[in-house]
Design a protein around this ligand. Structure first.
Ligand SMILES: NC(=O)c1ccc[n+]([C@@H]2O[C@H](COP(=O)([O-])OP(=O)(O)OC[C@H]3O[C@@H](n4cnc5c(N)ncnc54)[C@H](O)[C@@H]3O)[C@@H](O)[C@H]2O)c1
Length: 304
């Protein structure tokens, strides 16, 4: 199946994540069916969808006409109806392995053989709850970040049997729905970004528990320092721009984390993202972007 063959999307679980995932697909023009455990939840979900799209209109992201069009493309229905009609189905139900297993197995029975199943799980792995599914080549992870209709990045990961065709189609579909696919090379609980985010959260709450700073100051510190830089660079590009790769060998050696690859890279003095010959240019581009953000967020002086 190619991207062009995907004509209708299904979303199972219409809660915090499901309603936003449906919005993405509808804004990209896909007729989208959603199902949940009962009609009351679906009615609540429709109200959340309407409110989210109203906000987009108020904030100038889309016209009222496009919002109305998106709402009209999203239909609440039963699992059986959805399964019979959709080419790509995303589950966003409760994060419990037994429930996801039962759902994937039921979809496997109900859906035509070409239908692809995606999971939005944060902490479970396809190799576990997806293990009974017969179409192993057509199950995939698409991990969105809340609120999923706003945050651009989506992690895409394979299970043990996921085909390249399914994986590439999924990345293309994310891009078609104006998401940024983050291509993971393996599955693991927490995947890539929650693992990184959790390490930060763990350090912050441990230091708060030790009494190092108040919760307010920890938040303020993160937001006004490396959080301020984050829209321009993540931690690895930051190492490059901080010039770690050109520090004296003994100094950069003591900075290295325990893993061998990082030690090697520092020993070789190799940055990830920048051309060592054009380091000054990279710093200039960085500073210009920081200055713009400073002006937008914190600068109170006026020109005189
Ligand atoms: N909330 C987040 O920030 C976040 C972020 C990324 C991923 N996720 C993942 O998304 C999934 C959903 O999380 P959520 O926060 O949207 O949960 P939620 O509780 O807001 O919504 C889950 C919805 O699924 C429905 N549901 C539960 N079991 C069902 C079943 N068997 N069949 C049909 N519908 C069922 C519930 O009625 C509910 O409406 C989880 O796997 C979670 O790990 C959540």
């Amino acid at each position: 199946m190619d991207l062009a063959d995907v004509s209708r999307i299904g979303v199972v679980g219409a809660g915090t994540m499901g309603h936003g995932i449906a919005i993405n697909f509808a804004l990209a023009g896909y007729p989208t069916l959603i199902s949940d455990q009962n009609d009351g939840i679906l009615a609540e979900s429709k109200a959340r969808i309407q409110a989210a799209l109203d906000l987009f209109v108020e904030e100038g992201l889309i016209s009222r006409r496009r919002a109305d069009e998106a709402v009209s493309l999203i239909t609440g229905t039963t699992l059986e109806d959805l399964a019979g009609q959709c080419d790509f189905i995303t589950e966003a139900i409760v994060d419990r392995s037994s429930d996801k297993r039962a759902l994937f197995n039921r979809l496997d029975e109900l859906c035509p053989p070409q239908t692809i199943f995606a999971s939005n799980t944060s902490s479970l792995v396809l190799s576990d709850f997806g293990s009974d599914v017969k179409r192993q080549d057509k199950i995939v992870l698409t991990h969105y970040f809340a609120p999923p209709h706003i945050v651009p990045g989506v992690e895409v990961a394979k299970g043990p049997g996921t085909s390249d065709e399914t994986y590439e189609l999924t990345c293309d579909l994310m891009a078609a729905a104006r998401k940024v696919p983050i291509r993971l090379k393996m599955e693991r609980p927490g995947y890539l970004l929650n693992t990184v985010q959790r390490a930060l959260g763990q350090a912050a709450t441990d230091l708060w528990a030790e009494g190092m700073a108040s919760a307010e100051d920890i938040e303020l510190g993160i937001i006004t320092t490396f959080g301020f830089r984050m829209p321009h660079e993540g931690p690895m590009k930051h190492y490059d721009l901080a010039g770690l790769w050109r520090w004296p060998e003994d100094v950069r050696g003591s900075w290295a984390s325990a893993n061998e690859q990082m030690k090697q890279r520092l020993a070789n003095g190799r940055p990830w993202f920048i051309d060592p010959e054009r380091f000054d240019e990279a710093l200039d581009a960085r500073d210009r972007e920081y200055a713009r953000r400073l002006k937008a967020l914190y600068w109170t002086d006026t020109l005189d």
